[in-house]
Ligand binder design. Structure first.
Ligand code: NAD
Length: 262
């Protein structure tokens, strides 16, 4: 299927590593000029080089998405690179894990800023231009925790649902301007971050990280974790005209992990 993103410009947040980087590679691979945003310039440069060396067109912006007061700045810089943004992928690092009652107010506020406000503010500043051009795609990378809470992930279980409610509301009001807004409920995906998270689990169980990954894989109907590119393929589809009638959806890409019927 040719997704034909040749005349589109994409901004992918949290794109120096993991799933965000895979999304940037997939969108650029379909022809979109792609701007990668994250905090670490060296990693962004590497990712942009990888895309440009394989025939894509990419650039980057170094920005900390928890600086929610300055997000208009990010939106303006992004628009100035290729003249517009058609596709926005909202993504950042996940909120920290921890016991249910262990988070103080500042932890809740920090998680809310990074997980909710960064997406809300960036969308708010980019959507007016999409309305003018009567075309836009906003894709929020969330988590399987919106379908099924995971113990130990209280901040994600709670705040990611605010993203879903916000996105659903927007999707009702902006589809008339050719803008679709959808969410991915990402399941276990093999990124460096996940490998890092499993290190302590592996050490306490006296197992290797690969053994832990295999064990968790077995709990998923598809019997393995996802590769980042498997999440990115769905994002690229949602970003295309092929997905023109998909709006307000939260799509689990989790190998069947979440057991809710809908
Ligand atoms: P990752 O740590 O590999 O990548 C996160 C990206 O976001 C990196 O590029 C990082 O630099 C960037 N980032 C983090 N904080 C930022 C900030 N303040 N400002 C700008 N950029 C920032 O993580 P990942 O595994 O690719 O996961 C991406 C998202 O998907 C996370 O929110 C994670 O919780 C969620 N998720 C991941 C999985 C999984 O199994 N990997 C499952 C469900 C949900």
């Amino acid at each position: 299927m040719d997704l034909n993103l040749k005349n589109r410009v994409a901004l992918v947040c949290g794109a120096s590593k993991g799933i965000g980087k895979a999304c940037a590679i997939a969108l650029a691979g379909e022809g979109a000029r792609t701007i990668l945003c994250a905090r670490t310039e060296s990693l962004l440069k590497e990712a942009v080089k990888e895309i440009n060396d394989s025939g894509g067109e990419a650039d980057y912006i170094t920005f900390d998405l928890s600086n929610t007061g300055s997000i208009k700045n990010l939106a303006d810089r992004a628009i100035s690179i290729y003249g517009r943004i058609d596709i926005l992928v909202n993504n950042a690092g996940g909120p920290p894990a921890g016991e249910d009652l262990s988070f103080d107010v500042s932890a809740w506020e920090a998680a809310f800023k990074l997980t909710f406000l960064s997406a809300e503010e960036l969308t708010k500043h980019l959507i007016p231009d999409m309305i003018k051009r009567k075309w836009g795609r906003i894709i929020n990378l969330t988590s399987v925790t919106v379908k099924q809470p995971i113990n130990g992930l209280m901040l994600s279980n709670s705040i990611r649902l605010a993203v879903i409610g916000w996105a659903k509301t927007l999707s009702q009001n902006y589809a008339q301007y050719g803008i679709t807004i959808n969410n991915i409920a990402t399941g276990y995906t093999l990124t460096d971050r996940v490998r890092q998270l499993f290190k302590s689990k592996a050490a306490s169980a006296d197992k290797s990280v690969d053994e832990i990954i295999e064990e968790i894989g077995k709990t998923i109907p598809i019997k393995r974790m996802a590769e980042p590119s498997e999440i990115a393929s769905v994002v690229a589809f949602l970003a295309s005209d092929r997905a023109s009638y998909v709006n307000g959806a939260t799509i689990p890409v989790d190998g069947g992990y979440s057991v809710s019927t809908l």
